[in-house]
Design a protein around this ligand. Structure first.
Ligand SMILES: Cc1cc2nc3c(=O)[nH]c(=O)nc-3n(C[C@H](O)[C@H](O)[C@H](O)COP(=O)(O)OP(=O)(O)OC[C@H]3O[C@@H](n4cnc5c(N)ncnc54)[C@H](O)[C@@H]3O)c2cc1C
Length: 402
């Protein structure tokens, strides 16, 4: 028979945001009876998948055991949430159990919506279609790129939101260099087709990236969203983003596909979502306190929350201390001044050994950490991306120390 339980604080999802929150709460020593609901034994550092796709790392280099990152004193409920209610403070699990709580932190990330593009799921089994966005296809990306001798390579940016919105072009820049190294670049064309009308949302970085695509002789096409892949014919179908009108079909020899993304079904079906504007479907939080707008005992951070920032792990690193401060103050019955300023960062890999570190906050405000000109390709930032940030993630962020 299904057993029900109650915890003071429940964290839904044990990915980047969930584990970081659990670790910070455990380290604070001020929060007792914390439980985290996470079904997976595996925890992946997704930011390295761009470099797995380029053959610099193996998928296994980006994986660790979830169990090793559940902090001592925190209860791991190894199960999946099937329904959640902010009003009832309750969560239904796949096992049939119901868990109730006093405080809820929602950190369930996004779901890759392959069904959002007709034919995408079938296309992923073709040898000339890949995606760095899924652990199932990321290594195939390098195999695919290594096998290119000539033809058209098509890189797609779907209708946003997309986590780490820079990644669909980072892998393209690395692909360009792989083709050059293999001596086949002259026999290939690279096309980037993007639903948004800009190469990047922050003008100063868009300017640098426009120069990069020009230098690399990459053909860019904006305001076109992918709606179908006919993999048997090597064709992709796009529609004008604004009007929805169909555009002439595009033939490819190789396709790097990025699926649209959405909240998980249990979030969409819950009372936690926003009902207006960009917050529809996402956990409806105040963008500064990350506290739910209608249920004060609910917080949310990471990719699933409605805060209008870039969905990145870097954003979570700044969101987590705010949620901890707000929650601990609420537990004491006081208030907290801690506010999230929208900080997010995207190390834009423009080639092997080259990164433009884009750091920005709400409304595209530049927020550089380092004193040098951020809008410049830098080898130092490459070392940051490939060596320092992975270590920071596993040893400090997920341990609640950074
Ligand atoms: C290719 C790629 C490149 C990226 N590059 C960068 C980068 O350079 N810099 C950067 O900062 N970020 C980058 N990111 C983004 C970053 O990885 C994400 O923003 C971050 O991992 C989101 O964390 P999260 O906790 O919100 O979601 P996740 O880490 O995805 O965790 C969500 C968790 O919720 C769990 N879950 C889902 N459904 C349920 C359920 N029903 N019940 C219980 N648990 C559930 C999942 O199992 C998962 O563990 C990249 C991502 C990708 C894919």
């Amino acid at each position: 028979m299904a057993q029900n339980s109650h915890h003071k604080i429940i964290i839904v999802g044990g990915g980047t945001a969930g584990i970081t929150m659990a670790a910070r709460l455990a380290r604070s020593g001020l929060a007792s009876d914390v439980a985290i609901i996470e079904p997976s034994d595996d925890h992946y550092y997704q930011p390295l998948w761009t470099l797995v796709g380029a053959g610099l790392f193996k998928l296994s280099d980006t994986r660790k055991n979830t169990k090793d990152y559940i902090p001592p004193g925190v209860t791991w409920i190894k199960d999946s949430v099937t329904a959640a209610s902010g009003e009832k403070k309750s969560i239904a699990l796949k096992s049939g159990q119901t868990v109730t709580c006093d405080w809820m932190i929602v950190a369930s990330g996004v779901e890759l919506n392959w069904d959002g593009i007709k034919g995408a799921k079938e296309a992923m089994s073709a040898p000339n279609v890949s995606s760095i966005y899924s652990k199932d296809y990321v290594e195939k990306t390098f195999t695919m790129l290594g096998g290119v001798t000539s033809g058209n390579l098509l890189f797609v940016f779907p209708q946003p939101p997309v986590k780490c919105a820079g990644a669909p072009q980072k892998i393209m820049y690395l692909a360009d260099e792989i083709l050059r190294r293999n001596g086949v670049r002259e026999a290939c064309e690279i096309h980037y087709r993007s639903a948004p009308g800009l190469i990047f949302g922050v003008p100063v970085f868009a300017e640098v990236l426009s120069k990069v695509v020009k230098r690399k002789n990459i053909h860019t096409h904006f305001n076109q969203k992918i709606i179908e892949v006919r993999s048997a014919e090597n064709k992709a179908i796009f529609a004008d983003t604004a009007t929805g009108l169909l555009l002439p079909e595009v033939t490819y020899d190789y396709l790097h596909l990025v699926p649209p993304m959405k909240p998980h079904g249990f979030i969409l079906a819950s009372d936690l979502c926003g009902t207006e504007g960009a917050s529809v479907g996402w956990v409806d939080v105040d963008p500064f306190t990350l506290r739910h707008k209608r249920f004060p005992h609910v917080f949310s951070l990471g990719d699933v929350c409605s805060a209008p920032t870039a969905k990145t792990g870097a954003a979570i690193r700044m969101q987590a201390p705010v949620v901890v401060s707000q929650l601990l103050a609420a537990l004491k019955g006081t208030g907290s001044d801690a506010k999230y300023d929208g900080y997010a960062s995207c190390p834009l890999v423009t080639g092997f050994g080259k990164v433009v570190l884009a750091e920005f906050g709400y409304d595209g405000k530049l927020m550089p950490t380092f004193p040098m000109n951020a809008a410049k390709e830098s080898r130092l930032m490459w070392w940051l991306k490939t060596i320092i940030l992975p270590r920071l993630y596993w040893n400090f962020m997920l341990r609640g120390r950074a």
